[in-house]
Design a protein. Structure first.
Length: 284
């Protein structure tokens, strides 16, 4: 179930308690969520390349795909034929891996613990069981980062995973358009309400290139009715790059064209994200 604004979300969903609330996954050091206010802003492309960059840095990386429409991710990682298979051992499941990234899709977990009565809208019971599988039955092993690719906007899946997995932070992808700002504002407001740290905003498909980024904070405003605004760290922008068209749905761009504008911009952004997570760890 999806909502246009946070005000539309029933209180019972925001305050819902799952059996596995705020449980850290054994062996996983950091859980980073990737979000967007709307579809078609390049979230999946940025997120999967972000995961590959982390793996190229030498980090151990896992990927939890909670965006049911992101079928291109398994294709980009070269795991399209094995994403629903993996290796099952008793009640546990070892996810397939490529380019140093272990991949699990929430949709593939349906077969692990099916419900007798299927809930079309991902009801409480299904979500609780899916979260249980992610935490207890998937053999993630030791991970430096688990990247959680969320559906765009505001919905039960986003809220449930934020409540249950104790995200260390969320990175939000947007584009420089007024209508996108409204959706981004509502999404950021949702994470603030759920007390998820805002690691920052990435501005994708920017139509300019400049060596100087002076904006340290990016101000996202709500619509006239909300009258609100949120200040979020500005992680940087990714200019338009033909490499995205050439490789976006076929392979990790950062490996296919490591010297591309896209790869250079995103690598800088990833370093910033890692630095902020490490700084947050030191403070705590």
């Amino acid at each position: 179930m999806f909502f246009s604004t946070l005000d539309e979300v029933p209180t019972k969903i925001l305050q819902r308690k799952f059996q596995y609330n705020n449980r850290n996954i054994a062996g996983v050091k950091n859980i980073i969520a990737i979000s967007s206010g709307r579809d078609r802003v390049g979230k999946n492309t940025i997120a999967v390349n972000l995961a590959v960059i982390l793996a190229q840095f030498g980090s151990k990386v896992g990927w939890l795909d909670a965006d049911l429409n992101s079928t291109n991710v398994s294709k980009i990682l070269g795991l399209e034929e094995v994403i629903d298979v993996g290796q099952k051992t008793g009640d546990s499941w070892k996810p397939p891996s490529n380019f140093g990234v272990k991949l699990v899709s929430l949709a593939s977990l349906i077969d692990l613990d099916p419900l007798e009565d299927w809930c079309e809208d991902w009801c409480n019971d299904w979500l609780d069981r899916a979260i249980k599988q992610v935490i207890e039955r998937v053999q993630w092993g030791e991970l430096d980062y688990l990247i959680v690719n969320l559906p765009p906007g505001i919905g039960e899946i986003q809220i449930a995973l934020a409540q249950a997995l104790a995200f260390d932070g969320v990175v939000t992808i947007s584009v420089a358009r007024p209508e996108a700002d409204l959706d981004t504002y509502e999404t950021l407001k949702m994470f603030e309400r759920l007390q998820v740290p805002l690691l920052g905003l990435v501005e994708n498909m920017s139509d300019f290139i400049t060596p100087n980024i002076s904006r340290r904070k990016y101000e996202i405003r709500g619509g006239e009715k909300s009258g609100g605004k949120i200040r979020v760290p500005y992680l940087g922008y990714i200019p338009f790059d033909p490499a995205v068209t050439r490789y976006g749905n076929r392979a990790p761009i950062v490996l296919a064209e490591p010297l591309s504008i896209f790869a250079n911009a995103l690598t800088t952004i990833v370093w910033t994200i890692v630095s902020r997570i490490n700084a947050s760890r030191l403070k705590s």
